[in-house]
Design a protein around this ligand. Sequence first.
Ligand code: EPZ
Length: 486
Amino acid sequence: MKFVRNDGSKKTVVPPGAELVLPPEIGGLKKPVTRSRNLRIFPDSLFISESLMDKFVIRGGNPLVGNVRISGAKNAALPAMAAAILTDEPVILENIPDVRDIQTERKLLVSMGAEVELGYGRAAHRTTISCKNLVNPEAAYELVKTMRASTLVLGPLVARMGRARVSQPGGCAIGARPIDLHVKGLERLGATIRQEHGYIEATADRLRGGHIIFDKITVTGTEDLMMAATLAQGETIMENCAREPEVVDLAALLTRMGAKIEGAGTSTVRIHGVEKLHGARHRIIPDRIEAGTFVIAAVLTGGDLTLTNCEPTHLGALIQKLEECGVKITAAADSLRVTNGHQLIAADVTTEEYPGFPTDMQAQYMVLATQAQGTSIITENIFENRFMHAQELVRMGANIKVEGRRAIVRGKTPLSAAAVQCSDLRASASLVIAALVADEETIIDRVYHIDRGYERIEEKLKGVGAQIRRIGEILPRRAAAPSVVA
Ligand code: EPZ
């Protein structure tokens, strides 16, 4: 099909297999069109990385009915990929989610000299990482600014290479999120740290075991230092550790690699350092936050949904809270079923470290509170600025008042379709749920946030009856118009 210039108001369906030829000023790359896209092309338009401008259009009111397979956990896969730095032998990880943050981690490891093979077809969720020839122990600002979890390479690089240069992550939509506890911990393991020009430079001939008491419970801080301590001389004792399932999963992988770790999943973790670690194969745990997101979507759409490939025991606090709200959930070994017919009653919630109520489910729970009879008080204890979704929900008709770290939600209020925009990963999930509940068609902007941590969410939702589609948008800016060659 030959592409014909148009006036930008008309949409052109570009069939799969066609090729977009981008203008020379953006590299003149040839981009295969992987799926039919509704593209609105403006005359003389210049491409902005189109997926960054994707939107969701959701028509609400359809109950979610059927089965959804839960993907592997992003927050377990990221530290597991960083752990591969600790050995010169291949590490094979299975059940890796196909999300944007995994691609960023892959770019990061490759930029250091690692070989990262992402499987495809039946092996699509497997990755093989070899850090045999790491030449550049650096995590550059360009990557760290797109994903703070990039800082998880700090400990493994110092432990294995004796040096690391990692960009400071900078601010984040949900809070300041410093990594001072990572740095303090490394200093307690004998590393020399210099911080200049926005980078942390850490060096050590060999780390030595030490005693670390975290001022605050930190998930990636616990993971980063646990990895560093595996190759340290002697024993390390870490206290006030995070107990998240992702920390336990990382310890399981490290143990398969030959590490000596006790107490992962409790507040006190002991690591006996070893000379060398070897390769291993490990299956990443299911994503408890993706599962929780689908549970709330099913409850609010009055659906009958079964989640497979999930780990109900990791969702204890959420399930207990939903039962308090009047929801009936049936759990089996690796599946969860949510059936409809609930009269939701309001219940307060406070986010805590695991096993408390997860902060990564707070935004999704807020949507549920808008549909419950009564007043719910939501207290966010972990991050200081994690209510960005509240105003977008108010735009859809919710009754929410934010006072510092508390949000007062009065329900039940009908939600009406509106144009809204995402500000961070979990806020985007809450807007998708709200749109599934609202009347008519909601347009959600900046869904690139959701692609960071949810694997093909629109296809999974469509598969159980949701009316959702992704549309791409190209912003007009002076440049040569593209041409499409079928
Ligand atoms: C992890 O972030 C998760 N990310 C987050 O998920 C999750 O929200 C968070 O833990 C809490 O559960 C990954 O695992 C990749 P923290 P992390 O260090 O480790 C303060 C998502 O949506 N702190 O446990 O960065 C910090 O500011 C993401 O998937 C320091 O002050 O969180 C926060 O207030 C969002 N200094 C608190 O501790 C430090 O050095 C907990 O943060 C480290 C943390």
